[in-house]
Design a protein. Structure first.
Length: 204
């Protein structure tokens, strides 16, 4: 049984779309890499969905995927933008002869159960879920994870904060390219209080 979503899901390529089509019941729009930024009609379609139902950005976890994600967010001025992230998985897709430049598997190569879990954790398809902040994907209620809390926990501002953040992100299955500034929003969207607390105890 597929996950039904009212939001449009934005992915990079046609193989990502094929993979997701077997898992979700939703409109799936491809960016064709960076081609979307030269395609006025497709950009307008994405903006329309953002205003009407919201869009979920599900790009790869490499540098290009993050750049596409951030550029899209800057081009959408109205509506709702939600972020779903895949973990860093190293290797290559079966259809390719060589791995990518960063040796990371994209959406098309991620296991189906991992993709489903990412969407379920995000809770995007639940009409009873807590509303989300359109621009960063954090809860509109007081966030559990703030820059101040991460500072107190040693994840920001300390001598070994960057190493500790990398351990935390790896253990929680979050992309390694998250910045310290972006981390609180991602934690609020994807991680429970218990998961965070237990992971922090484990890596310290």
């Amino acid at each position: 049984m597929s996950i039904k979503l009212k939001q449009a899901v934005i992915v990079e390529g046609k193989y990502d779309k094929i993979k997701l089509s077997s898992l979700i019941d939703a409109v799936i729009i491809t960016t064709d890499g960076f081609g979307v930024f030269r395609n006025k009609e497709k950009l307008e379609l994405i903006r329309l969905f953002a205003k009407k139902h919201g869009v979920i950005i599900l790009t790869d976890s490499d540098s290009a995927g993050f750049l596409i994600r951030n550029r899209l967010k800057s081009r959408i001025n109205e509506g709702e933008i939600y972020n779903v992230y895949i973990p860093d998985v190293f290797g290559k897709e079966k259809r390719k002869t060589e791995a990518s430049k960063e040796n990371k598997i994209g959406v098309e190569g991620i296991d189906a159960d991992v993709l489903i879990k990412a969407l379920e954790r995000f809770n995007a398809g639940d009409d009873n879920s807590v509303p989300l902040n359109p621009q960063c994907g954090t809860l509109t209620s007081p966030p559990a994870f703030t820059a101040e809390r991460l500072y107190d926990d040693g994840l920001i501002g300390a001598e070994h904060s960057s190493q500790l953040r990398r351990k935390l992100q790896k253990t929680l299955g979050l992309p390694e390219r998250l910045t310290a500034k972006a981390l609180p929003a991602v934690l609020n969207a994807l991680v429970t209080e218990e998961e965070y607390r237990l992971t922090l105890e484990q890596i310290k």
